[in-house]
Design a protein around this ligand. Structure first.
Ligand code: UT7
Length: 355
């Protein structure tokens, strides 16, 4: 008989070694900005940045391995994932997907594996898909990874509208079948999108609508362009209403939320959403100050960070909410997991796929 829900039973993280402060970022890229503006307007003090040799797949493999180690420690035995879902907007190649190679590098060649593209909402989308796969009886142990390298791929280092915001990293969670009252149990989700506002945060060229080098394109059109103000307004509106819908589906009120983990985009956005939901500051967890916006990796990295610091406790009623380009957004409720997160450095790419 299919399980009644999915339980998060392992947590992993991986960050590039290099931490870059606001001042250094400004100096290195000759940005017309200043440290205090960035800190006050975004809440970001530094971010980890991948070097040219470190790919999204390297970070995803390390975070995935760390989540499997974390799950093995909790279960007392190694668990083999039976599907790998990689949420990313910065895959290693335009073709093929990165997830099959991540599965191979984890030692699970043959396991179904796919990338899922929903920008900064990607991890919540992937978690929802993974839970549905478990409850439908299609698989038992999905490995869900959010991994990104925006700074080496999509970001124009000289564009102060985006360069100050983003960082690189990966977070991962292993799921298993279980019951809704266990620590780590996923409860209910709400997902949404608004393609009418796709241009609010978009990479102008490099896709099939406007191939790179097509007439009318400009150098730099492969970089993300963002209308920050418009995205900000939508982020607050969409995350608040999505969170309320997920809470209602769960049968919780905003006052029941003991741990709130939002997409880490801008502290003012996070606080605006949490204020509207009446969630006190002590229940808001995140690591935006140190990591910046890591897109699909931000929620699992914040979840792992809250667990590592023991800022949230197993069984606490937890609300995740994410928002990003698409526009796409989503929220998921769960009981805070018991798993102790593991962290590993990016996995070097020394094992090429068979030619
Ligand atoms: O992951 C989801 C995708 N992205 C987001 O969630 C980002 C959402 N948006 C934001 O976080 C904010 O809109 C930004 C951080 C991007 C910008 O903050 P803002 O408060 O919306 O600033 P603004 O664009 O309204 O500009 C305010 C002032 C302007 O100066 P004046 O006209 O008041 O003199 C800007 O020229 O700040 C100036 N400014 C800057 N100054 C220093 C704008 N960007 C910068 C900068 N450094 N990087």
């Amino acid at each position: 008989m299919p399980a009644t829900t999915a339980v998060l039973c392992g947590l992993g993280a991986s960050l590039p070694q290099q931490a870059v402060s606001n001042s250094r970022l400004i100096a290195d890229n000759r940005l017309d900005s200043d440290d205090q503006w960035i800190l006050q307007r975004t809440g970001i003090a530094s971010r980890h940045m991948a070097d040219a040799r470190t790919s999204t797949g390297d970070l995803a493999t390390a975070a995935g391995r760390a989540a499997l180690d974390s799950a093995a420690e909790l279960a007392g035995t190694r668990i083999h994932p039976d599907i790998v879902l990689l949420a990313t907007t910065t895959p290693d190649h335009r073709c093929p997907a990165t997830a099959p190679e991540v599965a191979h590098r984890l030692g699970h060649t043959g396991t179904p594996a796919l990338d899922l593209s929903a920008a900064c909402a990607g991890f919540v989308y992937a978690l929802t898909v993974a839970r549905a796969l478990i409850t439908a009886g299609h698989c038992t142990h999905p490995l869900v990874i959010g991994a990104e390298t925006y700074t080496t791929t999509l970001i124009d280092p000289h564009d102060r509208d985006t360069a100050i915001l983003f960082g690189d990293g990966a977070g991962a969670a292993l799921l298993r079948p279980g019951t809704p009252t266990e620590p780590g149990a996923l409860q209910a989700a709400d997902l949404g999108s608004d393609g009418a506002r796709a241009a609010y945060a978009q990479v102008p060229a490099g896709g099939s609508r406007t191939p790179l080098g097509a007439p009318g394109t400009h150098p730099g059109d492969h970089h993300l362009r963002m209308n920050g103000r418009a995205v900000y307004t939508q982020a607050v509106r969409r995350m608040t209403s999505s969170a309320l819908t997920a809470l209602e589906k769960t049968g919780w009120t905003t006052h029941d939320v003991e741990a709130f983990i939002s997409h880490q985009a801008n502290q003012r956005i996070i606080d605006a959403v949490a204020d509207r939901l009446h969630i006190p500051a002590a229940r808001r967890h995140g690591n935006l100050r140190e990591l910046g916006n890591t897109a699909a990796a931000s929620i699992p990295l914040a979840l792992a960070d809250a667990a590592t610091r023991r800022a949230a406790h197993p069984g606490q009623r937890t609300l995740l909410t994410g928002f990003g380009a698409g526009l796409a957004w989503g929220s998921h409720t769960l009981l805070f997991p018991e798993a102790r997160p593991r962290t590993l450095p990016p996995h070097p790419h020394d094992d090429k796929a068979t030619p």
